[in-house]
Design a protein around this ligand. Structure first.
Ligand SMILES: N[C@@H](CCC(=O)N[C@@H](CS)C(=O)NCC(=O)O)C(=O)O
Length: 310
């Protein structure tokens, strides 16, 4: 079936670990989605036409609404498709905090093990691209030197998962899978795809191994493919469904209509400029125009992002 303005179009690539987090969430919610494959390195003209500058992967598009960063992608999926929830059980508040740990500290330990251990992924073009992404040298030799220490870090953090699973529970929060599982799992998947040494560390944790199988069994929902051309045509023909909404608690007084710049606070800090449509403690939506896609509304999370007056 051809994709429509209501379809989930997921701009991704298969070996993208952050994309794996969302693919597991598609599985938890049994969603149908369209994979729109993007390049692993810049240039990404089609992606940037949608986002206005944000280049990281994944990005979710539904019609003319564009969601940048897994945090806001998952929040939107939970809003549109609440059941089954990504927050099962009593510990609902812990999911997002767990994700902040897995996306930063745990992810960096995995990255150091993978790239410090030597992987064909890191050719010259990739290294140059990731230096541009982070604004720092992509120091393979340094990562090699640090990899014994990072192996300790990775092992210690896997140990936290093992402790959480020690009572024999199927998933991190209990009997049902949720955001915490998708978040922790993708780092292990990334290591499995790329690092035999990292896999040896994972294999010392029996509880983690059993849990990994349970998460893998969830699958990725129903995946179909879509071309970048077709995805952009859908954005161009569609209208955003985001309604203007002021946030009375907005700490810096931003309100609908203000021209603002939004950027990530870590790496891939490319600024995106637009007019504020709506905002809350967890979300900001800005409208922009691009000759290829027309008017689109680009959504970001607040935690981990900076908002400035343009
Ligand atoms: N905070 C972002 C992180 C995304 C991220 O770092 N993605 C990696 C790929 S998994 C990336 O964009 N790398 C650079 C690239 O693909 O161009 C999120 O949660 O979506």
């Amino acid at each position: 079936m051809a994709a429509t303005a209501q379809s989930i179009i997921f701009h991704q690539y298969d070996i993208s670990p952050f994309s794996e987090k969302v693919r597991v969430a598609f599985g938890i919610k049994s969603l149908e989605w369209y994979a729109c494959d993007e390049p692993v390195i810049m240039p990404k003209p089609d992606l940037v036409a949608l986002t206005g500058g944000y280049r990281k992967i994944p990005v979710m598009q539904i019609g003319a609404d564009v969601y940048c960063d897994t945090q806001i992608i998952l929040r939107e999926l939970e809003k549109r498709f609440p059941s089954p929830t990504l927050f099962p059980g009593a510990d609902k508040g812990l999911g997002w905090g767990t994700a902040m740990w897995t996306d930063r500290v745990f992810f960096q330990a995995a990255v150091a093990i993978i790239f410090g251990g030597g992987t064909p992924l890191a050719d010259d073009a990739f290294i140059k691209d990731r230096e541009q992404l982070t604004g720092r040298p992509f120091d393979i030799e340094g990562m090699k030197a640090a990899s014994p220490m990072m192996a300790e870090q990775f092992r210690a953090q896997l140990g936290w998962l093992e402790e959480q699973l020690a009572d024999g529970r199927k998933f991190l929060i209990g009997d049902e899978p949720g955001l915490a599982d998708a978040s922790a799992f993708y780092n292990l998947a990334f290591v499995r795809w790329t690092s035999p040494n990292g896999v040896k560390i994972i294999e010392t944790f029996p509880g983690v191994l059993a849990w990994e199988k349970h998460v893998a069994d969830i699958g990725h929902g129903k995946r179909q493919e879509i071309s970048r051309e077709e995805a952009l045509d859908i954005a161009k023909a569609a209208t955003s469904t985001e309604e203007a909404k002021a946030d009375p608690g907005e700490p810096n007084g931003f309100k609908p209509g203000d021209a603002v710049t939004v950027m990530a606070d870590d790496y891939g800090r490319d600024p995106v400029i637009g007019d504020l449509v709506s905002s809350s403690a967890q979300h900001i939506a800005i409208k922009r125009n691009d000759p290829r896609v027309g008017d689109v509304v680009v959504h970001f999370p607040r935690a981990g992002f900076l908002v400035m007056k343009s």
